[in-house]
Ligand binder design. Sequence first.
Ligand SMILES: [Zn+2]
Length: 105
Amino acid sequence: MIRVSGGRIEIRVRKIPKPFPKNVYATTIWPFVFYEPQVWDDVCVQKHERYHWIDQIRWLVIPWLIVYLLLSLKYGGGRNHPFEKRAYAIQNDCIESSSKHAPKS
Ligand SMILES: [Zn+2]
């Protein structure tokens, strides 16, 4: 399944392939964003990936990927990676603000 959203070409895939780690469910390689089915409709993951998408336009995609991979040798691919910090902050803000609207139990 493919959708186009704000210039992004978003593609639903069964599995994000190697060399991405197993716990990666979505990834952006400008102008494409790939999602596994369980996060395809996750607004907060979409915001996370949109941040990378804009960042890659800013950096141009090849230098972005090279710098990303080099930094991931030191910081790993998770939340400590300098390119991920802001993306996760956006995702967390989104989760917090959507849980505010969720029914209280
Ligand atoms: Zn990310």
